[in-house]
Design a binder for this molecule. Structure first.
Ligand code: 5GP
Length: 211
């Protein structure tokens, strides 16, 4: 049977909705997926590592990668560049490995244009009050920054209808399992299994001809 290509999954969501935690928990629990590590020009936060959380590079280095066409997409977000390195993603997809990108809405719509088969997922909290509460309890942002993140959420909410799936991150484990379930459902689409169907048809043909 021919090897299937990997599926590209794109996870976006409001800042504070728990995308990072969802991805970490998902990758601890489920095997067979690869997570793309983005390049960024923002400075590492405490505990973040180069090559693990991001490739932390300079503006000049980032622009060199753009010039060499080394990114699937990139955007400017809060005055920094963020982009998805092309080689890793293409290698994994070609090897039949499903890949996750964790990127914001602008990047997601660019990816969807380039990869119409990509599966896009938006993560939110059960409500805006809960988003505010989580941002506040994180304790990393000033009130002004929190209001900035909420204002950005008000802009991003308009893009939700463009996504294939909406995940409400109420209970983390349930959310992670729901994410896995949707990856399984996507794998079962006939459009992603055309090789299996044509191999079956060829075998059936042979049987019916009595060869
Ligand atoms: P943070 O600075 O909080 O790690 O990320 C800020 C935003 O940039 C998040 O919404 C994150 O999903 C998004 N992001 C991270 N990497 C990329 C990327 O490669 N491309 C795009 N378009 N967005 C990214």
């Amino acid at each position: 049977m021919a090897e299937r290509k990997g599926i590209l999954f794109v996870l976006s969501g409001f800042s504070g909705a728990g995308k990072g935690t969802i991805m970490r928990t998902f990758f601890e629990k489920y095997r067979g997926f690869a997570l793309s590590i983005s390049a960024t020009t923002r400075l590492p936060r405490a505990g973040e590592e180069h090559g693990v959380d991001y490739f932390f590079i300079t503006e000049a280095e980032f622009e060199e990668i753009i010039a060499k066409d080394g990114l699937i997409e990139y955007t400017r977000y809060r005055n920094n560049y963020y982009g998805t390195p092309k080689q890793f993603v293409m290698d994994k997809l070609n090897a039949g490995v499903d890949v996750f990108l964790e990127i914001e809405v602008d990047g997601c719509s660019k990816v969807k244009k380039l990869f119409p088969d990509a599966v896009t997922i938006f993560v939110t909290t059960p409500g805006a009050e809960e988003l505010y509460r989580r941002l506040k309890s994180r304790g990393t942002d000033t009130d002004e920054e929190i209001m900035g993140r909420l204002a950005r959420a008000a802009e991003e909410i308009r893009f939700i209808p463009e996504y294939d799936y909406l995940l409400v991150n109420d209970d983390l484990d349930e959310c992670v399992d729901a994410l896995y379930d949707l990856t399984e459902a996507e794998k079962a689409r006939p459009s992603r299994n055309e090789d299996t169907v044509s191999a079956f048809a060829a075998e059936l043909d042979t049987l019916l001809k009595g060869e």
